[in-house]
Write a protein that binds this ligand. Sequence first.
Ligand SMILES: Cc1cc2nc3c(=O)[nH]c(=O)nc-3n(C[C@H](O)[C@H](O)[C@H](O)COP(=O)(O)OP(=O)(O)OC[C@H]3O[C@@H](n4cnc5c(N)ncnc54)[C@H](O)[C@@H]3O)c2cc1C
Length: 382
Amino acid sequence: MDFRLTEEQEFFQRTVADTVDRMIMPHVEQIDESDEFPMELWKEFTSLGYLGLRYPEELGGMAADAVTSMIFYEEMSRASIGFAQSVIMNMLMGTHLVYRWGSDEIKERCLLPAIRGEKISTVCFTEDQSGSDLAGTRTSAKKVDGGWVLNGTKNWITNGPLADFATVLATTDPAKGMKALNFFLVEKGTPGFSAGQVLHKLGCRGTVTGELVFEDVFVPDENLLGAEEGKGVVYLGEILNEIRCMTGAMGIGLARTAFDDGLDYARKRVAFGRTIGEFQLIRAKFAEMATEMEAARMLLYKAAWMIDQGEQPKLEAAMAKMFSVEMCCKVVDEVTRIYGANGFAHEYGPQRYFRDARFLLYGGGTHEILKNFLGKEIVGGR
Ligand SMILES: Cc1cc2nc3c(=O)[nH]c(=O)nc-3n(C[C@H](O)[C@H](O)[C@H](O)COP(=O)(O)OP(=O)(O)OC[C@H]3O[C@@H](n4cnc5c(N)ncnc54)[C@H](O)[C@@H]3O)c2cc1C
């Protein structure tokens, strides 16, 4: 066993950390306060080429392994979770199906500019009446001559109102549940495709999240992303482990920032004639947080390493996502307590970490859904 990162990965980590500290950190509070998408920062950051981290070099990517991508997600999430979410959407969920199934022309038109940061992408599953239960998808796709006509409304879509293209889950027959689900590429400017209401969120601010509306939207046959009809969920499943690991990595990144902040505060804040970090009960919090952060890292990087070995770490990725995000929620909670009343004040970081951590509970599967999955895999039965 070798738990060390390679020299290349260590170098990459230092480079990304430095970039995040220099380029993103100074804007974090402003992004959260304004809740506006930082377009100038997006242009500056995406020009560095990181959006193509997992894509082949001939497409403008870096052909990095999964472990390296987790390093990136973790470092990014030390800063603005909202900005990290917009960036990561373009690197993974928003572009993967276009990379995997798009024609050469579609790749030229959508994927390559997305890798360069010139186009913004998203993925759409969630609707008002269906989130975890994809079989409840009501957005419909009707076959017509030469293509498909889409109707429906998606909600909670990251980058949605800004998106130049979206991969949209739609059913060709609601009675067939999961077996009738397919992803379709819909590009901005297509008649009938529009952005609806923008959501005002508790956390993860600065990424624009909202509705996308499809009213008799015609897309040609080649926009059905996949070799076989009815396999949309199967195709999505090919990157589900990576999505789950990514969400866990975001949790570890955010927890690190909160932990470091709490440590700094505990070493300076004085009560009863000594720094609060000298009290056993406060030290115990740091002992527990550091242990759980380390455990989360072990789970997460092992699952990512398994992806790099060509394995399908279904259990490990689900465990890593759930454990890392629960750990993150616990760390941000403890840090707000360590800060006392200041943890409740907008002038300090902990309230933001606290709000941002909640966002990670949903993506990649809620923890009830992950426990259902893990429990069934472990125990068996129906
Ligand atoms: C900031 C943000 C950005 C997002 N971005 C996107 C995006 O870009 N694209 C997109 O498609 N979606 C996006 N989502 C939506 C996200 O994917 C969903 O929130 C998630 O899939 C859960 O669905 P839901 O919120 O409808 O909850 P529901 O599925 O309605 O679940 C509600 C509650 O019931 C529980 N529950 C559901 N089923 C079961 C069960 N069988 N057993 C036990 N408990 C159960 C859940 O765990 C949860 O606690 C985003 C969400 C947020 C908060």
